[in-house]
Every structure is written in C-alpha cells, then in structure tokens.
Design a protein around this ligand. Sequence first.
Ligand code: AMP
Length: 370
Amino acid sequence: MTIGGLGGGQLGRMLALAGSPLGQRFIFLDPGQESCAGHVGDLRVGAYDDEERLAEISRRAEVITYEFENVPVASARYLAERVPVYPPPRALEVSQDRFLEKSFFEELGIPTAGFAKVDSREDLEAAVGRLGLPCVLKTRRFGYDGKGQLVLRTIEDVTDGWSALGAAPLIVERFVAFDREASVVAVRGRDGEVRAYPMVENEHAEGILRVSRPASPAITPAMQATGEGYARRILDALGYVGVLAIELFVVDGALVANEMAPRVHNSGHWSIEGADTSQFENHVRAITGMPLGSTRLRGPCAMVNVLGRMPPREEILRIERAHLHVYGKGAGDGSARGSRGGRKIGHVTVSAATRAELEETVAVVRAIVG
Ligand code: AMP
C-alpha cells in the first residue's frame, strides 16, 4: 500500500522506517527541499495548500496521514474527499487551536487549567481578574515548544504580554504549579480497538522536551488508568484512527490536560526499542486497517533528545544498550520547524536491566549530548 504523509520531518521518516518492513511505501509532501523523510520515501516539495501537489498525493496514496499538526485543515478535508485521511481532519482542527482544544477537553470531562479566550485587552484583564496571577498567555494557534507564550506574574506583565502577543487571537490559562509533566500515547484502530502505551514522564528545558521516561517510578497505576481513560474518551469522541498523544501536568497525583497532538509524538520515540510494537508501527497498522500490536514495555528504558548539534557518534555507539537515531536533517532544511537553533536532530534510546543502571546510562548520554 502507498501511504501519503503531510509533513516530511523526522516523524514521517520514522513512520516510513517502521512501515517498510510491513511492505508499505510512502510519499511525503513538505515545503522543505531537504526534508529528511525524503531519504526513506518519495518526497514532493510544495506548500501544504498547493492543490496540484495535494491532487497528486491523493492519486498516488491509498491512505493519507500527517506528522505535523499545523497543516491546513482545508488541505486535509480536500484530501479526505478523495482518499481516507487518518487521523480525521476534525482532530487536526481541534488540536490547532488551544481554545477549541481546551473546550473539547472540558466537554469530555477531562480536567484542564482554568482558561479563557482573549480577543481584546479588556478580555485579558477580565480573565486575569477571574483566574488570578500567575497565569500563562498563549497564542491560540501555531505555538509549539513554548513559543508564542508568556507567563504573567504581575500587572505590568499583563500590559507587556498584551503588547507582545495581542496581535493574534489568544488564550489565557491559570498557571499550573505542577510536580512533573507526563504524556499518554495511545492508538486506535479502524475497528475502534484502543491500546495505550505506558505513561511517560517528560523532562523539559526551555519549553523543549529533553528526556522521556516511560513507566517512571512517579507514574502510579492510578495515573496510568486515568490517563488511558482520557485518551480513550478523546479517541472515541473523534472516531480517531492512528496514534494520539496527550500532554499532561501532574499535580498531587492528579492529571491536568495541557494539549494533544494528533500524531506520533516525541515522548513516544522510546517505543522503537522499548516496546513490543513502536508507536510508528502501530500508527501504520492503524491507518492501514491492520491489527494493532502490543504496547508492552520491554524493560527499563528512557529517551534523550539530541538538540542543535550532533555529538561524535562513536561516543554514543560505544555505550552498551544505547541506540542512536540521527534524523539526517540537512542545514538546508528550510521548513519552519527546522530553522531554529534548538531543533531536534536525533535521539538516543537507552535500555537497561534495572532502573539504577538506566539512570547511570542516561546521565552518561546526557553528558555527551550536552
Ligand atoms: P505548551 O506549548 O502548551 O506545550 O507549553 C510548553 C510548556 O510550558 C509546557 O510543557 C509547560 O512546561 C509550560 N506550561 C504551559 N502551560 C502551562 C500552564 N498553564 N501552567 C504552567 N506551565 C505551563
């Protein structure tokens, strides 16, 4: 089968690497000429709303998916009139807009931080009055990795925040004094079967994911059950097919939903070596109507992101039970996601016999990765 992918970054690349052994072929659409999914699949260079390109993909692919949530919903809908598109375009629409997304969580009874839509300076002041300080002001759309958001702690910050972000539609949220951050990655098949991976504890710095630890000691069975339940509600409500990730805050053992990603997720990369079936393979299985695979964790495991600069590869390859993934993003990758300094250029998965051993190796990898 040929799978069409909107977005040709590392997520598309890893989907193709997982789908190839199942006999699947891939064609990607991405505006960047050097898009790294093009090394392992066919790449068409063009804008996500280039109708000629979209028509070509819809002729060549038997099913279409995306690896980037900011592709225009209109493009996904255009394609969906011609060929099955999974996850459904509605999932894309909800996750592109923080206000729609949080309202959707609320409708499903999934806890979120208190929030309000902000379309004017008066809205902002009223919302801050209601929610209290500190709070977080965010653009409704096109935010990622902490971009397009500011923490407001004082009345002066409210004025400055409005000056900095007020040109775009905004949302303001109560600041969550979380103990840690976590995520649930789950998959739903075309037949409605849902399987969740062990919940992941995520360590961020400057808004960017650094380390993910599936089934870390901080994740209790109750948290796992609650997180899985939230994922199931979202997946069923959307008639979803494919992998979905939900990012959560952990506060006193309770889970507060922050956002969702209608795609394979960075906090699920560990599953390539660490689970019976990776998130990438399960996404491919789901969208092609195949049976889902086991999401069981094989043993203690963690993932460390490589940002900005690739260290000497030998240093990582010498470490027992460390697996290096280099995304092959060229300097000429002109995509919006690839042009930043702290960009994700690879990751390392570490497996170990015990948690203590795992943390020792994670520390070694982090020292190399910097
Ligand atoms: P986001 O772009 O929504 O994923 O936010 C990026 C990061 O900012 C999150 O991973 C949190 O570390 C932090 N953050 C976002 N929203 C809040 C909030 N309401 N309260 C506290 N921290 C937040």
